[in-house]
Ligand binder design. Structure first.
Ligand SMILES: NC(=O)c1ccc[n+]([C@@H]2O[C@H](COP(=O)([O-])OP(=O)(O)OC[C@H]3O[C@@H](n4cnc5c(N)ncnc54)[C@H](OP(=O)(O)O)[C@@H]3O)[C@@H](O)[C@H]2O)c1
Length: 254
């Protein structure tokens, strides 16, 4: 059987890196990319062994650069093989403790999390058409609903979630499975910027195992974990505004 191939954007750290390690251990061919070649080389050095040397590839790809995205995907498909899973995980994160409306923060997150993800999908669409392979976006349960102090990040995650639901239907017609991953709080460089206590915080390795099992062994559209916290946020999603706003007032006087 030919080797299966996964491309992970934002694979130099956090969830993407742990997921790369997990797939590599299970004999997948793994291509990790990110915008920073030094970070990518450091990541590679951490996981490379004599046994997996042929299965691990790094490609510098800033997803906000449309040309670099197109070149990355054609380089993978021409030199390595068809992508079985594209995990669109790269994202920028910037918590806004002061609740200031900072337009440059919105612009950055729109560029990376939205436009960058769209550039990947646009290039993958032609490369993956008709092959019954998978594109999965790593969104967030924060996208279920507007949270205080999370306007910019939350907005991009809500858009990714909505987009995944839409493309689930549209890409089925062109032979591409579309899925979404919604992790709860995971301990990574990004969440270490948070100043609040994160309930049910889990390791990146925990996330990697859930993502692997969800993508490889199950067929559900949404992969979410840990169950309790995400289930709680799912309840917030369907709460009437009056109750939802009241709850936040009680939690943090928002
Ligand atoms: N951690 C959590 O609790 C949590 C919860 C829900 C959802 N998520 C989602 O999970 C994903 C991974 O987050 P994480 O917590 O693992 O964060 P992280 O450790 O900060 O990783 C983010 C990755 O994205 C890459 N990246 C950033 N800008 C990029 C760009 N322009 N082009 C290409 N790559 C870029 C970064 O690498 P470079 O700097 O080298 O480019 C890095 O590899 C994100 O989509 C995040 O929204 C995380």
């Amino acid at each position: 059987m030919s080797k299966r191939i996964i491309w992970i954007t934002g694979g130099s750290s956090g969830i993407g890196f742990a997921t790369a390690k997990h797939f590599l251990k299970r004999n997948w061919v793994v291509i990790i990319s990110s915008s920073n070649l030094k970070k990518l080389n450091d990541a590679k050095n951490k996981i490379i062994t004599n046994d997996n040397i042929d299965n691990l590839h790094i490609i510098k790809c800033d997803i906000t650069d449309k040309k670099e995205v197109i070149n990355t995907i054609s380089s993978i498909t021409n030199k390595i093989g068809d992508i079985n899973i594209a995990l669109l995980n790269a994202a920028a994160y910037s918590p806004n403790k002061n609740q200031d409306f900072d337009i440059s923060n919105y612009e950055l997150l729109i560029d990376v999390n939205l436009k960058g993800t769209l550039y990947c999908i646009d290039a993958l669409k032609d490369a993956m058409k008709g092959k019954n392979n998978t594109i999965a976006i790593v969104s967030s349960p924060i996208g279920y609903r507007g949270w205080p102090t999370s306007g910019a990040y939350g907005m991009t995650k809500a858009a990714q979630l909505n987009l995944s639901e839409s493309l689930f239907f549209d890409f089925k017609k062109i032979g591409i499975n579309f899925r979404v991953v919604n992790p709860g709080f995971i301990d990574t460089e990004a969440t270490r910027l948070n100043s609040f206590k994160m309930p049910f915080l889990k390791s990146a390795e925990f996330a990697a195992e859930k993502i692997f099992n969800g993508l490889v062994h199950k067929k559900k559209f949404e992969i979410y974990f840990p169950f309790l916290i995400v289930f709680f946020v799912k309840i917030l999603r369907i709460m009437p505004y009056k109750l939802y706003f009241y709850l936040w007032k009680k939690i943090g006087n928002f």
